[in-house]
Design a protein around this ligand. Structure first.
Ligand code: PNW
Length: 481
């Protein structure tokens, strides 16, 4: 059987021939109504300070827990550190040009607390803040809106040493002081602020599993109190930002909510997923939205329940202007009368497809159910997808290009689910792809690449991957391609 047998067996009408059924030629032709996003939708990319900046000893920056952790042998894959990372501190101007070439409308970056307050509290270091002044000015000059995260895990080491980091209430207070200081100086130009990135990652992975900085393995009351101080720090920061910011500044957070998706969309399973959403996020987004810990969480914690005052709960639930969610994966659930909250987690088979990052199960439904739960349960009026993306093996081909069709497929599937949410009126206003470029992927070092630009770490050369071409088209058409 040769090629002739194949071609004669299947007859493809020539394109343009009269007998051809009138199928649309492109996805856009198949109806923008089916593929497009609301007008004014903000397409963006995201990064974080320690993952891209480098320049760890420059202009008076203090030590962070990630400097200490990455320099402790055995903690990070290949003992990689963020000492140089993407050298973004020096290359931010050309990196802004990468964004401009993509056509992004927004850029989500984070501010390194130890650049601004080298000891976490005490005297500020104006030279540290100057970097962000330069970056913000460069973004605005290129028509890109800055979205700033105030805490993306690089806690000043001094706070870890003196107060046990987020184990101590003093850290929550210091965070608010730092947030107010920065808000006073940037909000003439930065209109969107995220207090904290991923409570559910930095507390659980850093203070419970010991896999991220500071590498602790807390349990019981100490762990629950750390969780409490994280959300308290967020609430205190919201108040400090509101007190210091220029009018028109919007404040929110960026949380990697656990997203329960109904394994099939029956009314009973959907109701079960909504119950699960509140409980699976009880220590973080639920208490922030509802101003109380769920009965079930407190019951489970028993004597280890965090110690708090009614005033704490009021601070934690300070009203927000928007909710940001980082979306990577879903947990499938179904209704179950026999469970105390009427829902069971469906186990994942070993063969469930995932990205090179072991935790990143490919579940596009997350980008529908995540924002929908947030809007339905808590009435959020403005939602941002503050991160979504995936790792890939990303090996450059002979021509130097990276043909990351796995990432393109991943993004297209997820965006299709996001489109379903916006079409139903879920108020998602923007989407920030993680990440603009390959970077320091925490305990995985430089092995798991998430960028849509390939970074050659030996030369710092950035090359757009196929996924960058895909994203440029999506942005240009405001539609899935
Ligand atoms: C997020 N998990 O981290 C972070 O906000 C980014 O800094 C990071 O680079 C990106 O996602 C990709 O990992 C996560 O284990 C790390 O479920 C781990 C998990 C989730 C998010």
């Amino acid at each position: 059987m040769g090629a002739t047998a194949l071609t004669s067996a299947v007859e493809f009408p020539a394109l343009g021939s009269k007998s051809r059924s009138p199928l649309p030629q492109t996805a856009a032709e198949s109806g923008d109504a089916l593929r497009s996003f609301p007008p004014g939708f903000i397409w963006g990319t995201a990064t974080a300070s320690y993952q891209v900046e480098g320049a760890v000893n420059e202009d008076g920056r203090g030590l962070s827990i990630w400097d200490t952790f990455s320099h402790t042998p055995g903690k990070v894959n290949s003992n990689a550190t963020g000492d140089v990372a993407d050298d973004h501190y020096h290359r931010y101007k050309s990196d802004v040009q990468l964004m401009k070439a993509l056509g992004v409308k927004g850029y989500r970056f984070s501010i390194a607390w130890p650049r601004v307050f080298p000891n976490g509290d005490g005297p500020p270091n104006p030279k540290g803040l100057d970097f962000y002044n330069r970056l913000v000015d460069e973004l605005l000059a290129n028509g890109i809106q800055p979205f700033a995260t105030f805490y993306h895990w690089d806690l000043p080491q001094s706070l870890q040493d003196r107060f046990g980091g987020w184990e101590g209430r003093e850290t929550s207070k210091a965070f608010a002081d730092y947030a107010g200081y920065v808000a006073a100086r940037l909000t003439d130009r930065v209109k969107h602020i995220f207090t904290i990135n991923e409570f559910g990652a930095f507390v659980e992975v850093g203070y419970r599993w010991g896999v991220h900085a500071p590498g602790l393995k807390l349990t019981g009351l100490r762990l629950n109190q750390t969780r409490h101080h994280a959300v308290l720090g967020h609430g205190l920061a919201v108040q400090a930002i509101r007190a210091a910011a220029k009018p028109g500044t919007k404040v929110g957070l960026a949380e990697n909510i656990t997203i329960p998706a109904p394994v099939f969309e029956t009314p009973a399973n959907i109701a079960a997923a909504e119950r699960a959403m509140r409980e699976m996020n009880a220590q973080y987004l639920t208490v922030i939205q509802e101003g109380k810990y769920t009965d079930w969480y407190l019951k489970q914690a028993g004597a280890d329940a965090p110690k708090f005052t009614p005033e704490d709960l009021k601070i934690i639930s300070s009203p927000l202007d928007f909710v940001g969610i980082n979306v990577y994966t879903a947990e499938f659930v179904r209704a179950d009368e026999s469970s105390p909250i009427g829902v069971t987690l469906v186990p994942r088979p070993k063969s469930f497809p995932h990205a090179p990052s072991f935790w990143l199960y490919v579940s596009p439904e997350a980008l529908y159910w995540g924002p929908r739960h947030v809007a339905k349960l808590w009435g959020a009026k403005e939602i941002y997808i503050t991160e979504n993306g995936c790792s890939s093996s990303d090996e450059p081909a002979g021509d130097g290009k990276v043909y990351d069709t796995d990432r393109v497929t991943y993004l297209r599937s997820y965006l299709t689910q996001l489109r379903r949410a916006t079409a139903e009126g879920v108020p998602v206003r923007g989407y920030f792809l993680w990440s603009l470029m390959d970077n320091f992927e925490w305990a995985d070092g430089y092995t798991n690449r998430f960028g849509i630009h390939y970074v050659d770490y030996a030369t710092q050369k950035r090359t757009p991957k196929l996924s960058a071409d895909f994203y440029r088209e999506v942005i240009k058409r405001n539609a899935i391609v």
